[in-house]
Design a protein around this ligand. Sequence first.
Ligand code: UTP
Length: 288
Amino acid sequence: MSKVRKAVIPVAGLGTRFLPATKAVPKELLPIVDVPAIQVVIEEVVAAGIEQVILITGRSKGAIMDHFDHSYELEDTLRRRGQTELIEAIDRISEMVRAVAIRQKAPLGLGHAVLCAKDTIGDEPFVVLLPDDIIDAKRPATAQLVEQYERYGAGVVSLMKVPSEDTSMYGIIAGDRMDERTHRVFTLVEKPRPENAPSNLAVIGRYVLPPEIFGYLEATRPGHGGEIQLTDALQALATERGLVGYEFEGTRHDIGDKFGFLKANIEYALKRSDLGPALRAYLETIDK
Ligand code: UTP
């Protein structure tokens, strides 16, 4: 079985829920405290041993690649000022990973965005990460999923239990439990109402996919909103080759949503020794 070495991160969406902030600034650069969201996600893939990141980008997303490039002017100024700690932090980002960008010429859907990576991926399995989902976990969620891929030799989707009244916000699976955290997935139902939901297990933004997914994506006709949906290709994969669902260990934050973004910022700040105690004390004063 080939090793999982590459990750695809689609960032070509328009980010309409964060307008006007995202008119000129890619939403993936909005910070979780002081680290851009995309860096949080790339740190997760690096920690899982992934060697190459393929960013699927669109218009006005150039600043994302700049973030992972050397900034000689900035480094030189910091060096002259003797701010060595900051130089190290900036250097580390540029050395973090081998990243390439592929332009998705029109936002034709998440499935189409993944398909744009076909030639760069070639004939090997790969991870897909949606940077709206950040996962705070002892063991990176990507590493947990790759382990399941290696165990079963089939595509893997990440699962999270959601309250039954929230099923209409997610893709929900119907499947058979195989052990404590793994499920054999039969069907993926897009945003079912609670009374129609086959389970309370929602698919969230981490996947390990075999290269065969590209054939299913190519065969997928545009669905809802004229977009090529990844879910349709995952359904074909599940039916014809099998698909595993894995309830990862960790806390997921939906930072594509304003309230989720605020909560993630508070929780990440509370965990930091330089900010946590002061923020906690401040929050207590607001409480009263
Ligand atoms: P969303 O559906 O959340 O869209 O995309 P969005 O544009 O990012 O955000 P809102 O809803 O308008 O605020 C899910 C993921 O798929 C990517 C997005 O960048 C995001 O990571 N995507 C979506 C693409 O790369 N291309 C597309 O054509 C559509």
